[in-house]
Design a binder for this molecule. Structure first.
Ligand SMILES: Cc1ncc(COP(=O)(O)O)c(C=O)c1O
Length: 419
């Protein structure tokens, strides 16, 4: 006989009031302490908080670049800034098109519009919520110049196919690695497979400075453009100031650099902890009838920013919504619907083509084209947003936490199987 669900008045699997989950919202789920304080103290005592007078940001760039296996690493102020810098470094024309995914953070798309390019969305693979290469190929026009792939939830997008398409159509590839520090595709570090990789250090990421980001590349020219763009196109070599192009100030300061450096040194250990518990849960959910484990590409080394799964709705005889309510009542930290739970193209900004003022620039001719963004063009995105469960994963999760999640999922699945 199955146990009484918490939803129906039974005892919850986990009482989160007395036993809360570790979270990146406070120190329970963050590895932060004397290493950061020591470097911060050094910065304060130096009196130099500007990166071009200190060494923390440049040390961080060197060490993160080494970690990521890239020749160049450029620190900036956020993941959004990193993506904007990357797009700007491509030096495309107004109205050129960039293809990206419909399930991501706005930070992926903001830089496209800031540089007056047109975002084009491709549908996803429902198994992973990652961009579907066949949909990328179908979206290519004579104005397409680049693809921004997002390695969502810590799993790399299928880079073999993406790179084949990019080469065939002469497109740049920017990898949005905001959620995937330390992930690999076929043994290659994310961010080094395409032309440029962009990372975020926002509060919820595998390592954090509250806000921060970086751009990595192996291309000398792209690296020089990124360096220049984030620093108002100033020249720091001592040459007379003479900006050659429009830049911006996305410079990271030494306080942020100090924390970023300390966090980078911890990253391998933090990733190990994430992987150990996530892989344990992956093993456990494979044993629960009615739970569909997350699909992990054989080529992927996942960095587990989130842990996702689906349910076999036919076998369980319930909807994702019903299952979701039951596991939430059990105290499990899973939900559906990433970043609003709808295809990104339905956000008012895109649907109404309102990027600047009341006009439709850069979509309207002669610059670009009035792309019609329609939710129904993205059936897989809609399905995934409604049916894929996910929880933020955390290096603070223990084997006991994994056990609680396993017990809760098994309990709810058994209840629905038995109905
Ligand atoms: C996939 C993705 N891209 C871009 C961003 C933007 O990063 P940030 O919040 O650091 O600007 C985020 C982070 O929220 C993200 O998850």
């Amino acid at each position: 006989m199955s146990q009484r669900l918490a939803l129906h008045g039974g005892p919850p699997t986990r009482d989160t009031a007395t036993n809360p989950w570790a979270t990146t919202g406070n120190i329970s789920g963050r590895d932060m302490g004397h290493e950061e304080i020591e470097l911060l103290t050094e910065v304060i005592h130096s009196g130099m908080l500007f990166r071009y007078g200190g060494h923390m940001v440049s040390d961080f760039e060197r060490e993160y670049g080494q970690f990521a296996g890239a020749k160049y690493c450029q620190a900036v102020t956020s993941g959004t800034a990193a993506l904007h810098t990357a797009v700007a470094a491509l030096q495309l024309e107004v109205g050129d098109e960039i293809i990206t995914t419909n399930i991501t953070d706005m930070g992926t798309v903001i830089g496209i519009l800031m540089q007056n390019h047109i975002p084009i969305f491709a549908d996803v693979d429902r198994r992973t919520m990652l961009i579907d290469p066949t949909q990328v190929e179908a979206a290519i026009t004579d104005r397409t110049r680049a693809v921004i792939v997002v390695h969502l939830f810590g799993q790399p997008a299928p880079m073999d196919e993406i790179m084949r398409i990019a080469q065939e159509h002469n497109l740049y590839v920017i990898e949005d690695c905001a959620q995937s520090h330390g992930a690999k595709w076929d043994g290659h570090n994310v961010g080094t497979i395409g032309h440029i990789g962009c990372f975020s250090l926002q509060q919820s990421k595998q390592i954090t400075t509250g806000d921060g980001g970086m751009v990595i590349t192996n291309d000398d020219e792209v690296a020089a453009r990124c360096r220049s763009f984030q620093d108002k196109c100033y020249d720091r070599s001592g040459a007379p100031r003479n900006p050659w192009h429009l830049g911006i100030n996305y410079r990271m300061n030494e306080l942020t650099g100090a924390v970023a450096l300390a966090q980078t040194r911890k990253l391998p250990r933090l990733l190990q902890r994430r992987r150990r518990t996530a892989e344990l849960l992956l093993h456990n959910v494979q044993q629960i009838e009615g739970i569909v484990p997350p699909y992990v590409y054989p080529q992927a080394t996942h960095s587990w920013w989130k842990f996702s799964f689906q349910i076999d709705q036919e076998l369980l005889g319930c909807t994702a919504q019903e299952f979701g309510q039951a596991i939430a009542a059990e105290g499990l930290p899973f939900g559906t619907g990433y970043a609003g739970g709808v295809p990104m193209c339905t956000y008012a900004l895109f649907a109404q083509h309102h990027a600047y003022g009341s006009g439709h620039f850069p979509w309207e001719p002669p610059y670009g084209r009035m792309v019609e963004y329609k939710a129904e063009d993205y059936p897989e995105t809609i399905w995934a947003q409604q049916n894929v469960f996910f929880a933020s994963w955390n290096e603070g999760y223990t084997e006991e936490d994994v056990e609680d999640i396993t017990r809760g999922l098994a309990k709810v699945a058994a209840y629905y199987r038995g109905m």
